[in-house]
Ligand binder design. Structure first.
Ligand code: FVH
Length: 291
């Protein structure tokens, strides 16, 4: 179905929901919008959206329901009372949550006779509508096929399979990588600034370093998949990293910095060292993280 024939409702018009609705309007979808705070829906009328004041109306008007709200508690509050209205609809839930929450909403949708697609948005609102906006989906393959014009309007999509929880899992995995990098970066800036190097001057140094370290990840990935942390040759043995961490912690304390971000990594490295992974690459730390 093309954008000229498909009606889409967007439920939730926060920063992200508004960007999603605008992307649909740009592609000429007939777009219905509902938000708890009605003024946000009314504001989108200027862009051609059809603001509705009742959730039931948003559901009844369209074949495709996009929901993007604060969390899954809100998703349930909004959708669960209208189970009988959802028969035959395709639901695309782009709210951030856990795999278990995605699975629970998927089960509800299937019982209601709807097709359910769970999505993880790996982009910020200004990117929506551009190819750089990468969105992971999982759940109903039929819904993914049927709504391809909609998902393409949002950005670049990747279908991760029929387990509704997979998109959330990978979303959270990618966010973990991001928060780890942000946390490490912020600690590194605090150290640099304690030596009177401005955050701006530090940028080329730190970004060059992070780019270089990203190239080591495929080496670690091969070791992790093989459970052989010497595979391909050890580049950064774990025992040596424990010592580096002691230096980071000691210097940070001397510079009067909190070490709360870094201390847990040192503790995990020590655990791995004590378990006999000292001669292995630092990728062996995954054996401790896996519990
Ligand atoms: N913005 C971002 O950078 C990230 C990018 C990746 C994906 N996330 C996830 O998207 C979901 C929505 O995020 P958002 O940025 O739109 O969030 P807000 O601007 O804070 O809007 C929240 C919307 O949720 C509505 N809402 C909250 N509580 C209720 C409730 N009890 N009943 C009904 N609606 C509720 C809120 O309504 P209102 O306050 O305007 O009335 C907004 O529509 C989120 O999962 C991110 O993790 C965004």
């Amino acid at each position: 179905m093309g954008s000229e024939t498909m009606k889409v409702s967007v439920i939730g018009l926060g920063t992200m929901g508004t960007a999603l609705a605008k992307a649909l309007l740009q592609k000429n979808f007939e777009t219905f919008v509902w938000n708890r705070t009605h003024s946000k829906a009314a504001a989108l009328s200027e862009n051609g959206a059809r603001a509705v004041s009742e959730i039931t109306e948003a559901i009844r008007q369209s074949d495709v329901i996009v929901i993007c709200v604060l969390n899954y508690e809100v998703v349930k509050e909004i959708l669960f009372p209208f189970k009988s209205e959802l028969q035959g609809k395709a639901i695309i839930n782009l709210t951030n949550g856990t795999p278990a929450q995605a699975t629970a909403v998927s089960e509800f949708a299937i019982e209601a006779g709807a097709e359910y697609l769970d999505g993880g948005i790996m982009a910020i609102p200004p990117m929506i509508g551009m190819p750089e906006a990468f969105i992971l989906y999982s759940g109903s393959g039929k819904a993914f096929e049927k709504t391809q014009a909609v998902t393409t309007a949002f950005g670049t999509s990747q279908f991760m399979g029929t387990n509704a929880g997979t998109a959330s899992l990978i979303d959270l995995a990618l966010l973990s990588a991001m928060y780890g990098m942000f946390g490490g970066y912020l600690h590194s800036v605090a150290l640099a600034k304690s030596g009177c190097i401005s955050a701006t001057d530090f940028i080329p140094v730190v970004t060059n370093w992070l780019h270089a370290m990203i190239t080591v990840l495929p080496h670690f990935a091969a070791q992790i998949d093989a459970k052989d942390y010497k595979l391909g040759g050890v580049v950064s043995n774990l025992a040596m990293n424990v010592v580096s961490f002691e230096n980071i912690l000691e210097a940070s304390k001397t510079q009067d910095l909190q070490t709360d971000l870094m201390q847990p990594i040192k503790d995990l490295l020590l655990q791995a060292n004590n378990k006999g992974f000292g001669d292995d690459d630092i990728s062996a730390l995954i054996e401790v993280i896996k519990n």
